[in-house]
Structure formats: structure tokens, C-alpha cells
Design a protein around this ligand. Structure first.
Ligand code: SF4
Ligand code: SF4
Length: 164
């Protein structure tokens, strides 16, 4: 996995123009069965990919924390939300709460998440490849393919399956 992760930013860079063109067409003409296709591609990819051998999302980006996330996780630690924010979070340029530093504080050396049951919604949903109306998150996906090998593979499969 380390080798795959090392090469991923360069591979994503090489595919960027092609991916951008593909997503622009996808936005204009999303296939009627796109949600169904994405579900299939997502499930097939995550049957092959073991996130515990990777954790690159937790190591390099980290999620944003909604207020609901903060309340739930603070409760888990028996902390006040404000205490949790002061200890672990900062406000980013877009006014969202994010981690003070990456790799994520809650990531163990074994790649397990120590707050898995109460982890932020963004962590549960990353890399968002099974969400409905996938064409609406093209810009985010263009970034995620450089971080997440599963997202990279899913986009490569999409381009084979969906022809314009
Ligand atoms: S979601 Fe992607 S980046 Fe995160 S651990 Fe799984 S394969 Fe790696
Ligand atoms: S909270 Fe857990 S799943 Fe989310 S980035 Fe941190 S270690 Fe990863």
C-alpha cells in the first residue's frame, strides 16, 4: 500500500485534465442510472480495498466537524463541546471546524480510529463515492483521487463504464 500511496499524487496529476473533462460532461449529462452505477462501483472497490492498510485520509486531510459531530464526540469524552473544540479543533479559512493537526489525533499506530463509533459524519462518508447525485461533488472528487486510492480506482472505472 505504501508504494501505491507514494505514487498516487503523481498519477492523479497525470489524470487531472482527463478527469476534469469527464466530470464536466458528467455534470451536463448525468446518466439516469448514475446512483445505481456508483453504488456498484463503490461496493466492488471497497471489497478489494482494506482501509486499515491505508488510512491516508486520516493521515493527510482529516474531516470537518459539524456541531452535531462535536456534541456527540465531546459527550463520548465526557467533555463540554467548548472544551473539545479548544483541545482538538481550529477554524479553517472556510469557517469550518477542522483538526488542529494531521495525522488525526484519533488515529492509532495500527490505523484504527479510536473514536470509530462516534467519528465525524465526513469520516463515515469519505470518499463519498456512494452518495447520490455524484456529479455534484466533482471538484471534491478531483481532489480526493490524489488522496484516496479507492476513489482513484472508482473514477478510472467510471470512465470505462460511462461513455459520452
Ligand atoms: S477511504 Fe480511501 S484514503 Fe481513506 S483509508 Fe480508505 S482507501 Fe485510504
Ligand atoms: S476521526 Fe477517526 S476516521 Fe476520522 S480522520 Fe480521525 S482517525 Fe480517521
Amino acid at each position: 500500500m505504501d508504494e501505491i500511496l507514494d505514487g498516487l499524487p503523481q498519477k492523479a496529476k497525470e489524470k487531472h485534465a482527463e478527469n476534469k473533462k469527464f466530470f464536466s460532461k458528467l455534470k451536463q449529462r448525468p446518466p439516469k442510472d448514475l446512483d445505481y452505477v456508483m453504488q456498484g462501483l463503490h461496493e466492488a472497490e471497497f471489497e478489494r480495498t482494506d482501509c486499515l492498510t491505508c488510512a491516508n485520509c486520516c493521515k493527510t486531510t482529516g474531516p470537518l466537524f459539524t456541531n452535531v459531530d462535536i456534541e456527540r464526540i465531546a459527550k463520548h469524552f465526557r467533555m463540554k463541546p467548548s472544551q473539545f473544540i479548544d483541545t482538538y479543533l481550529r477554524v479553517d479559512e472556510e469557517n469550518d471546524y477542522v483538526l488542529q493537526s494531521v495525522p488525526c489525533t484519533f488515529l492509532g499506530a495500527d490505523n484504527y480510529c479510536s473514536i470509530y463509533e462516534v467519528r465525524p459524519k465526513a469520516c463515515r462518508e469519505f470518499p463519498h463515492t456512494d452518495r447520490k447525485k455524484f456529479q455534484q461533488i466533482s471538484n471534491l472528487t478531483l481532489k480526493n483521487v490524489a488522496i484516496c486510492p479507492a476513489a482513484f480506482n472508482i473514477v478510472e472505472e467510471m470512465k470505462k463504464r460511462i461513455k459520452f
